[in-house]
Design a protein around this ligand. Structure first.
Ligand code: AMP
Ligand code: MG
Length: 318
């Protein structure tokens, strides 16, 4: 049983002792450990059963600290960092030798983020190393958005989870590669493409697809509940699967004729932020309920709707 606590100093102690712990951010909970220590990073991969070809994001609390472990900070990236950190966006930059190869799966770039959570910023400010922190879930499963989600799968493996409440954004960070001439979005996430475009002007989107990519957060099947999940028109799918016990995830509307206990509305007012905040908790909830199949509809493909749709599509892949 991991200890779930709001004690920031205890979190700092564990990290200084080379342990890995659950750490809140505004996106999802991370499984955090000293990014400079190969043995600690190995423990993270082991705990998650994460393949070694899937690189980790490195977290710290200030742009000055980022400078210590990148070999180059292109001016566009620096400006972007100052504008948007702390926040739900990760920048890929050329790495310095301080970052062990295991963190980046041998790539010569490192993914960096300053997360926007007061308790975690406090933790990071008191460390003289950055922390590597992938989502605190077994590889491929739905990411955790509460301390209890972390405990559900990591209780036997980690000593401590810092409880920072339910995460406010609820999906992972957007990843932008700034080591290329034109910034390239590698993963959709908590900062919308529209907001990024406003700041950078030119931006490419190059989401990885396929079953063996360099960036496996982008594996076709990811964020997936154990129950089969299908996406499309809810009424049609309900009719088609009338012989089964159905759970429903809708964008704004309740579906008539279905038991409300088995229906989850992401945002009745059509607020993308509210929807992203709810998404993973709803997936986990339905996964634990007595249903045979989860039926979901896509959101409008704009702002955070795009990132939510990306997660729903990957969750539906087997
Ligand atoms: P997460 O599982 O949320 O910690 O996100 C980690 C993801 O960040 C990986 O699955 C990759 O998709 C991406 N990533 C990490 N480091 C790099 C890098 N150096 N270059 C490109 N993508 C990276
Ligand atoms: Mg993850």
């Amino acid at each position: 049983m991991a200890k779930i606590s709001r004690d920031v100093s205890e979190a700092i102690e564990h990290l200084k002792n080379g342990e890995i712990i659950g750490l809140p951010t505004e996106t999802v909970y991370g499984l955090a450990g000293n990014a400079y220590d190969v043995n600690v990073v190995l423990k993270i991969f082991e705990a998650k059963k994460r393949p070694s070809f899937d690189p980790l994001i490195v977290h710290t609390d200030s742009v000055d600290k980022v400078r210590e472990f990148v070999s180059e900070f292109p001016s566009g990236a620096l400006e972007f960092g100052y504008q948007n950190w702390p926040g739900p966006v990760t920048l890929v930059l050329p790495k310095s030798s301080l970052i062990p190869d295991i963190v980046t799966s041998g790539l010569d770039t490192v993914a960096v983020r300053i997360p926007n959570h007061p308790m975690t910023l406090d933790v990071l400010a008191n460390l003289d190393f950055p922390v590597a922190a992938p989502s605190a879930n077994p590889f491929g499963y739905v990411s955790p958005t509460t301390a209890h989600h972390v405990n559900d799968s990591m209780a036997a493996i980690i000593p401590f989870i810092l409880d920072g409440g339910p995460t406010t954004i609820g999906i992972e960070s957007t990843i932008i590669d700034f080591s290329t001439q034109i910034p390239t979005i590698l993963r959709l996430g908590g900062m919308s493409v529209e907001d990024i475009q406003l700041q950078t002007g030119d931006v490419r989107i190059k989401l990885h697809q396929g079953s063996n990519p360099n960036a496996p957060g982008m594996l076709d099947s990811h964020y997936a509940p154990r129950k089969p999940l299908i996406i499309g028109n809810i009424s049609d799918m309900v009719e088609h699967h009338s012989d089964k016990k159905i759970g429903i995830i809708s964008w704004r509307d309740r579906i008539t004729g279905i038991n409300p206990a088995y229906q989850f509305i992401l945002s009745p007012t059509g607020d993308f932020m509210e929807a992203s905040k709810n998404l993973f908790a709803v997936l986990r909830k339905l996964d634990s309920m007595d249903v045979d199949i989860i039926i979901a509809e896509l959101l409008p493909d704009e702002f955070l709707g795009r990132a939510i749709n990306d997660r729903l599509r990957r969750a539906s892949q087997r």
